[in-house]
Design a protein around this ligand. Structure first.
Ligand SMILES: N[C@@H](CCC(=O)N[C@@H](CS)C(=O)NCC(=O)O)C(=O)O
Length: 142
């Protein structure tokens, strides 16, 4: 198997998503920590968007966390990431979309903010998202 590297930043929720997928699939990999305030020279040779995560698999590079996970799913199908049942499959994909379009951007904004006052102002939006997740989880188990 070609070597796998995941280019990471410890606080990045997008990285966590692909990191968890590698762990779940029990795939050996190396985590390469990138300081986003001081990126290595020529980092865009590895990451065309100049962001993390990027997965390197031999000569292949894949970026965008959701697409990295789809790639890993195809290369390492076991255990599967998504349920087979069409309804559960759709629900899982709705949560992926929720994370992409709403949750992650706000989490990231707060985690990476250098302005404590701005974080306080941004926090209620994140709290609303977390309440929404909690509410939907309670609906799902009843
Ligand atoms: N849509 C991308 C988002 C990745 C992203 O925004 N990563 C952040 C860290 S959490 C980053 O590298 N930011 C660097 C920058 O924007 O300068 C994904 O899902 O992978």
């Amino acid at each position: 198997m070609a070597d796998i590297e995941l280019y990471s930043a410890a606080l990045c929720p997008y990285v966590h998503r692909s990191h968890l997928t590698l762990l779940e699939k029990d795939v050996p990999f190396k985590l390469v920590e990138i300081d986003l305030q001081n990126r290595p020279a020529n980092f865009t040779d590895i990451s065309p968007y100049n962001k993390v995560p990027v997965l390197k698999h031999g000569d292949v590079r894949v970026w965008e966390s959701a697409i990295i996970n789809e790639y890993l799913e195809e290369i390492f199908p076991s255990p599967p990431l998504l349920p087979e049942d069409p309804v559960q499959h759709a629900q899982a994909r709705i949560w992926i979309n929720f994370a992409d379009t709403q949750l992650f951007a706000n989490t990231r904004k707060i985690l990476h903010s250098f302005d404590p006052q701005q974080s306080v102002e941004d926090a209620p939006v994140l709290i609303d998202y977390l309440r929404f997740i909690e509410h939907e989880a309670l609906v799902a188990i009843h």
